[in-house]
Design a binder for this molecule. Structure first.
Ligand code: NI
Length: 134
């Protein structure tokens, strides 16, 4: 069984590879290469896999999961410029793919190993990525 907590945060980014020249950055990243940044309203689904605890009836206490996501993800990323404010993206392009991997690693490090972890991160209503560690 899996349970899910849905959270939202907004953040700014710029997709840019410093090893590409301006023309190639523009070609590859298009509007997301805008030098003055732009924002997205991200939707993060955190899925936890496990078994129902017979004493509590919970798979995981969702308040504990909520606190974990708040501390590890929302405090770090909400209302931030990912390129400028966050060391995770100093040398990592903040695509939705890379943001999902960073989030997964942060949560995995703090989550009890008895639980499975998957994240789905929506960057727009139409675009999302899914990451489960591979
Ligand atoms: Ni973008």
């Amino acid at each position: 069984m899996k349970v899910c907590r849905r959270e939202t945060f907004n953040a700014a980014h710029r997709l840019y590879n410093p090893t590409f020249d301006d023309a190639k950055n523009e070609l590859i990243f298009g509007k997301c290469n805008n030098p003055n940044f732009h924002g997205h309203n991200y939707v993060l689904e955190t899925w936890i896999e496990g078994e129902i605890d017979q004493e509590t009836g919970y798979l995981i206490d969702l308040k504990i999961l909520s606190d974990l996501i708040n501390e590890e993800v929302l405090e770090a990323f909400d209302h931030r410029n990912l390129n400028l404010d966050r060391p995770e993206f100093k040398d990592l392009i903040p695509t939705v793919e890379n943001i999902a991997v960073v989030i997964w690693n942060k949560l995995r490090a703090k989550l009890d190993s008895k639980y499975g972890l998957e994240v789905r991160l929506w960057e727009t209503d139409r675009n999302s990525v899914f990451y489960d560690g591979k």
